[in-house]
Design a protein around this ligand. Structure first.
Ligand SMILES: NC(=O)c1ccc[n+]([C@@H]2O[C@H](COP(=O)([O-])OP(=O)(O)OC[C@H]3O[C@@H](n4cnc5c(N)ncnc54)[C@H](O)[C@@H]3O)[C@@H](O)[C@H]2O)c1
Ligand SMILES: [Fe+2]
Length: 358
């Protein structure tokens, strides 16, 4: 039996953030990324309701302690809407604040990066003692997502690349996941093709393509929250908690190797995705190779590290912690929807490839 639900109302367009005022909330708790606190956007958003408070302590990869501080503020302030203004980190922090406070407030997500898809997902990732814990629950899915291209004009190149590879990875993993359906496939393949084609222009400074990539991030989020993810995300969670490399950058390093490792079970899907995206490959083996090589080429074009060493993590550090890494990967819920059963040897093989030993 396949199920697909679209619980989030999505409002999109340049200047869409102003629509928040029309939603008629009376007490807003704005959970804001520091970049938007500094440039005044958080205050502007807070002004869309008669009473509001800004929670301005969001930091990348929100910790359980940070979420607990936010929960205390929600319990005291009693908002009727919690508005997340920022990337995956601000959105996940706001989700955790709503979830653990037991508040009945509506959750409004205003993503300012084009990547995590958290604005439409049932996921929130919290970090505790160097371990990233994915929470998965239907109550974490935002009620409203506002996609405003005008919030994306100042994104630095590195963020465009990192978050962009998160979209590509969500799309590839959702497309090949065991929970994929015709509806999630349609969303995942469009998200992949659109972002793959537009990322170089966005990276080069073309702001006109950014809303398109923003929508692709949301589509990839809609796909993976229903279809599931896979080994790439399980490894990115394990390595991200330990080595503090941005999530999308880790996905960029890992994804080509994961495609190689999963090809025995997902080759047909990977080849179909390559053909849909104009990368060719009539034979399955060629399609898989084209997809993998195209991602490696794009990674280079977007100025990203090619392996963990280039991302600042020496191979010896990885091998020193390899037992812990393998354990964390196998315990990650994302493995459950990977197209092939994840085993110890696969994780080690991928670690060899991304540390340059392979
Ligand atoms: N909940 C989910 O479904 C889901 C899915 C994937 C990833 N994640 C999580 O999301 C987090 C990553 O999120 P992210 O990639 O969106 O980055 P982020 O939210 O961590 O932000 C990264 C940096 O970009 C800055 N920034 C954000 N928007 C900006 C803008 N428009 N202009 C300039 N600077 C801006 C922030 O200040 C921050 O320094 C990770 O913790 C990851 O685990 C969650
Ligand atoms: Fe992700």
């Amino acid at each position: 039996m396949e199920r697909f639900s679209c619980a989030t109302n999505i409002i999109s367009g340049d200047g869409a953030v102003r629509e928040l005022e029309k939603l008629g909330f009376s007490r807003l708790m704005v959970v804001a990324d520091p970049f938007f606190v500094k440039n005044g956007t958080a205050a502007r958003v807070a002004g869309f309701a008669p009473v509001s408070e800004i929670f301005d302590r969001v930091a990348p990869d929100p910790s359980v302690e940070l979420a607990a501080q936010g929960v205390a503020r929600v319990k005291e302030f009693k908002p009727d809407a919690i508005v997340a203004l920022g990337g995956g980190s601000a959105m996940d922090c706001a989700k955790a604040m709503l979830y653990f406070s037991g508040s009945e407030a509506k959750l409004v997500a205003i993503p300012t990066t084009s990547g995590s898809g958290s604005e439409v997902t049932d996921f929130a990732i919290l970090t505790h003692k160097d371990v990233k814990h994915p929470l998965v629950d239907g109550r974490l899915r935002p009620d409203i997502a506002i996609l405003d291209g005008q919030l994306l004009t100042a994104m630095p190149k590195g963020l465009i690349a990192d978050a962009g590879f998160d979209i590509l990875c969500h799309a590839v993993e959702a497309y090949a996941a065991t929970g994929a359906s015709p509806i999630t496939d349609a969303l995942a393949q469009s998200a992949f093709a659109e972002s793959f084609a537009a990322l170089p222009a966005s990276y080069a400074g073309n702001t006109a393509v950014r809303l398109k990539i923003h929508l692709a991030a949301t589509m990839a989020g809609m796909a993976f929250t229903q279809a599931g993810l896979g080994l790439c995300h399980a490894m990115a969670h394990a390595l991200g908690g330990m080595f503090h490399i941005p999530h999308g950058r880790l996905n960029a390093i890992l994804l080509p190797a994961v495609i190689g490792a999963n090809a025995r079970g997902a080759g047909e899907k990977y080849a179909r995705l390559a053909r849909f995206s104009g990368l060719g490959g009539s034979a399955e083996v060629m399609g898989v190779r084209n997809l993998k090589n195209a991602l490696i080429r794009l990674r280079r074009e977007l100025g990203m590290p090619q392996d963990l060493q280039q991302a600042g993590v020496a191979p010896a550090m990885v091998w020193h912690k390899s037992k812990e890494i393998v354990q964390a990967v196998l315990a990650d819920p994302c493995c459950r929807t990977n197209p092939v059963l994840v085993e110890d040897f696969m994780v080690r093989r991928i670690l060899e490839e991304v540390t340059g030993r392979g």
